[in-house]
Design a protein around this ligand. Structure first.
Ligand code: PGA
Length: 256
């Protein structure tokens, strides 16, 4: 199978004001000076999507949302439709992040409907899956992740529009990461499962997420089966995010 183009995605979560748009601009300028053979995406809070997309127009960094509603419009106070993100200049949306699943009770079925909404609007969907520490310690990590995949991924999904982010919940924001064998094994199992579910499922990019930082990025990004990273805390400052992009350059780009 030919190599999949890596995707490095930053998830700013509930961080960032207008004054922080300069961080995204600095990342984009760095990439214009030293291009990387990867897609690069920053997902700021919804308040910054339009301004960031306008700032980065024509530059090598895409902009994404962090969630969307399943419907196109209507009486859903506080929610944002996929079409609105697209209209604001987004190319992608993160869906089913464990923080949304925990804070907002998002079920796999809701994530599947949101994924369909993203496709309907012409957005790429980055669907997050991952086990809790209790599930990992009970030997249930794989079963949990595969059941999330089965229920969160629509049958119409394809490699052009869907990205999976494997994010063990216990690794997010904790400074802890799984060992390389565990990451490889989980990504391989996800790829095999996607291959069974969808015609081009084996070509879906699988990102690792959870405490990726400038120190561990090269070791993670060079692992087989890892097609990029979803980066939280270390995406907030252009210097750190730039070092993660340097790490990708060091690996000679991730292989499939
Ligand atoms: P982290 O977050 O890099 O801060 O651990 C990753 C994520 O939740 O997407």
């Amino acid at each position: 199978m030919s190599k999949l183009k890596p995707l490095i995605a930053g998830n700013w979560k509930m961080n960032g004001l207008m004054s922080d748009l300069s961080q995204a601009l600095a990342v984009a300028r760095g990439l214009m000076e030293r291009p990387v053979d990867a897609d690069v995406l920053i997902c700021p809070p919804a308040t910054l999507v339009a301004a960031m997309a306008a700032d980065l127009r024509g530059m090598p960094v895409m902009v994404g949302g962090q969630d969307c509603h399943a419907e196109t419009k209507g009486a859903h106070t506080g929610d944002i439709a996929a079409e609105m993100l697209k209209d604001a200049g987004a190319s992608h949306v993160i869906l089913g992040h464990s923080e949304r699943r925990a804070d907002h009770g998002e079920s796999d079925d809701m994530v599947r409907q949101k994924t369909l909404a993203a496709f309907r609007a012409g957005l790429g969907a980055i669907v997050c899956v991952g086990e809790s520490l209790a599930e990992r310690e009970a030997g249930e990590a794989l079963a949990r992740v595969l059941s999330q995949l089965r229920a969160s991924i629509p049958a119409s999904a394809d490699a052009a529009r869907l990205v999976i982010a494997y994010e063990p919940i216990w690794a997010i924001g904790s400074g802890r990461t799984p060992g390389p064998e565990d990451i490889i094994a989980m990504h391989a199992a996800i790829r095999a499962h996607l291959g069974d579910m969808l015609p081009d499922g084996k070509r879906i990019r699988i990102l690792y997420g959870g405490s990726v930082n400038p120190r561990n990025a090269a070791d993670i990004l060079r692992l087989p089966e890892v097609n990029g990273a979803l980066v939280g805390g270390a995406s907030l400052k252009s210097a750190d995010f730039g070092l993660i992009l340097d790490a990708l350059r060091q690996t000679g780009t991730a292989s499939c």
